[in-house]
Design a protein around this ligand. Structure first.
Ligand SMILES: [Zn+2]
Ligand SMILES: [Zn+2]
Length: 299
């Protein structure tokens, strides 16, 4: 079991490191690097995000042993899921580094994912040269390239990624629906927590919200929800999002401590997460992990 790491800094701790510049962030990157789970590539990456609340959050890359690399969680995606877990609305500053020495732009996959956040072009992204010199703030240029290539995401009335969303869904099975706790945000029932997660899912394109809740051997519950990208592949699946909660709040435990999981999604969803969720859990969770799928519908 790895040493536990707190994947956030409160406002006072954030103020104490000073301005959001490479020199000040280097020690933070050094602290976070050992908590990346990059056993396959051997290439850890850390993302640091400054939130509009004045708090700072960490993301690390998480590779899933036994699965192809496209199931990995990128550090930037981890960071966004960590923001979502803490109800943070806006990313003010973003810094990505493999070593604390130089800072690089988000990968192409994550530039695309980050476009789901509104006003992302206002975010300050730290970029240095390969030897750590020549700090620039390249966000506007980077993301605008993608805007030109792919066109803008139409604003519409639907909340964007990180904005509060409340998919109005409930269980098809009325007996399950009757058992939902009023405080389902914090209770320890996997069905309540997975449904609650699915209500927060960002699935504006497919209209297929989904959420996952996991429980470890100690009885602690973790949850996460599908965060969709218009370009499909950069989307963050609900299991991966729940694994971010597990890494953030699981005291450094290994994934094999996960003993039960529930996925909530629409019955017959055109974008079903069931097969992928089952495959991921079979590879990484306890071999006897119980996996259940509960179906929901829009109210
Ligand atoms: Zn990336
Ligand atoms: Zn409950």
């Amino acid at each position: 079991m790895a040493q536990p790491f707190r994947f956030m800094l409160n406002q006072t701790e954030t103020e104490s490191y000073g301005a959001f510049i490479p020199r000040n962030l280097r020690p933070l990157i050094d602290r976070a690097i050992p908590h990346a789970r990059a056993q396959i590539s051997g290439s850890p990456v850390v993302a640091i995000g400054l939130a509009s609340s004045g708090q700072t959050y960490f993301g690390v890359n998480v590779e899933l042993p036994g699965l192809p690399p496209n199931y990995s969680i990128h550090a930037e995606q981890f960071l966004v899921a960590n923001f979502a877990l803490h109800f943070e609305l806006k990313l003010i500053g973003l810094a990505i580094s493999p070593n604390g020495y130089y800072f690089k732009a988000p990968c192409g996959h994550c530039c695309q994912f980050l476009r789901e956040i509104s006003n992302m072009s206002d975010t300050k992204v730290l970029i240095t040269g390969p030897t750590g010199q020549g700090e620039t703030h390249g966000t506007r240029m980077l993301l605008s390239t993608f805007l030109i290539l792919l066109g803008t995401i139409s604003p519409g009335n639907v909340p964007r990624l990180l904005e509060p969303s409340d998919n109005s869904i409930g269980f098809i099975d009325s007996s399950l629906q009757m058992d939902i706790c009023s405080n389902s945000e914090h209770c320890n029932h996997l069905s309540c927590r997975a449904l609650r997660a699915a209500t927060k899912s960002y699935a504006r394109f497919s209209k297929c919200p989904s959420g996952v809740a996991l429980i470890d051997r100690r009885g602690t519950v973790y949850s996460g929800w599908f965060m969709e990208s218009v370009a499909h592949n950069p989307s963050l699946g609900p299991v991966q999002a729940a694994l971010v909660d597990f890494v953030v709040n699981g005291d450094g435990q290994e994934f094999k401590e996960i003993v039960e999981a529930v996925l909530v999604e629409k019955r017959g969803a055109v974008l079903s997460q069931e097969d992928t969720a089952r495959m991921i859990l079979e590879k990484i969770a306890d071999p006897d992990c119980v996996f259940r799928v509960l179906h929901c519908e829009y109210n």
